[in-house]
Design a protein around this ligand. Structure first.
Ligand code: FAD
Length: 317
């Protein structure tokens, strides 16, 4: 996919606005859980909610192409890097709301670690997010992707997300309910591009339990993960499960587990996890994705749909 480049006059605007905070030619592998990705022409790191909101609003109002990334745990970044301005989201504040109510809530900025919220809530004896323990992405990535595991997902727990989005010729701050997200299996209207928006923070509904019970459930979830998923640099599940089946099972049945391209491998432990053993490139991983899709289609007539997203400059990559 061809990426819109930032124009020379937009570069001057960015330099004037961000000063030394604007990084040039930053290697994206540093910002990817899978540790792949070439240089971003321009990148900034938002360290709190105000920076995130102010910067997104500014860049959007200038009509400068940009992409917000959280932990980079669901995105395969091209070896050719990113032509859009990359905003790395590290806005991490977390607050406990309605502590004395039977149904307390947890508010988190979108750069907070999603997979760590359950433990934080559990320390207060609050239940409801145990299923998410160990998901390596941010709250923003989880809200956009409707992250889910073990039969639960964000759509069931989210109360409201505060977002920035274009409305007419203005960039507006709004509160979106679950309905407005138009959630589906690992998707939302933000992910599909139907309603472009940046998630600033999210509020989750929780329930009173005890620290011991929550801790027990998190331990059980962690054990299940460790028993079924490989260790090492991956993007989690590469493909969505097709209706009534499992992508991992189909890839295994196609005898593809253990297949390597360069230092990328389809895991021997779980067919839907692809690993970077050290120096894999995005092209290596993309080649394995293509191979899995072709083989599963040829052998079972099933189209495997990606759960992860390709981002960056794939036309030159
Ligand atoms: C080992 C492993 C296990 C995993 N297990 C699970 C699992 O059990 N369940 C599951 O659902 N996923 C799982 N994942 C995938 C991944 O962690 C989740 O999809 C996660 O929610 C992605 O968050 P992120 O911050 O890394 O997103 P990124 O990869 O940084 O971004 C993903 C997309 O979201 C957009 N985005 C990110 N933040 C924002 C924001 N604030 N506003 C608007 N758009 C934004 C990006 O532009 C991009 O399009 C796993 C991944 C790994 C590596």
């Amino acid at each position: 996919m061809k990426q819109p480049a930032v124009t020379t006059s937009q570069v001057e605007t960015l330099k004037a606005f961000f000063g030394p905070k604007l990084k040039k030619d930053e290697m994206m592998g540093r910002y990817s859980v899978m540790q792949v990705g070439g240089p971003a022409d321009y990148l900034v790191i938002a360290n709190d909610g105000k920076e995130l909101a102010d910067w997104v609003r500014f860049i959007w109002e200038q009509d400068i192409p940009f992409l917000v990334l959280g932990a980079g745990s669901n995105t395969l970044i091209s070896d050719a890097g990113m032509r859009e301005v990359v905003i790395i989201n590290k806005a991490k504040e977390v607050k406990f709301i309605d502590e004395n109510s039977e149904s307390p809530r947890l508010w988190a900025e979108s750069g907070a670690s999603f997979g760590k919220l359950a433990r934080r809530a559990g320390s207060k004896g609050w239940s409801g997010l145990e299923w998410s323990a160990g998901i390596p992405g941010t709250v923003g990535g989880a809200v956009v992707n409707n992250a889910g595991a073990f039969g639960s997902n964000v759509a069931e727990t989210l109360v409201v997300a505060e977002i920035l989005h274009p409305v007419g010729d203005r960039i507006q701050r709004s509160k979106w309910s679950v309905d407005q997200m138009a959630y589906g299996y690992r998707t939302s209207s933000i992910k599909t591009g139907d309603h472009p928006a940046v998630v600033l923070n999210a509020t989750f509904q929780l329930y009173k339990s005890t620290p011991k019970e929550v801790k027990g459930r998190i331990s059980a979830i962690s054990e299940k993960r460790q028993g079924s998923q490989p260790q090492g640099a991956s993007l989690g599940s590469m493909f969505k499960n097709p209706p009534g089946d499992y992508a991992g099972r189909l890839i295994e049945q196609a005898s593809l587990k253990g297949t390597r391209v360069g230092e990328a491998e389809i895991s021997l432990v779980h067919g839907n996890f692809f690993l970077n053993h050290g120096n894999a490139t995005a092209e290596d991983i993309a080649a394995l994705i293509k191979l899995a899709q072709e083989q599963v289609k040829n052998q079972f007539g099933i189209e495997l749909e990606l759960e992860i997203q390709f981002v960056g400059d794939w036309e030159q990559g």
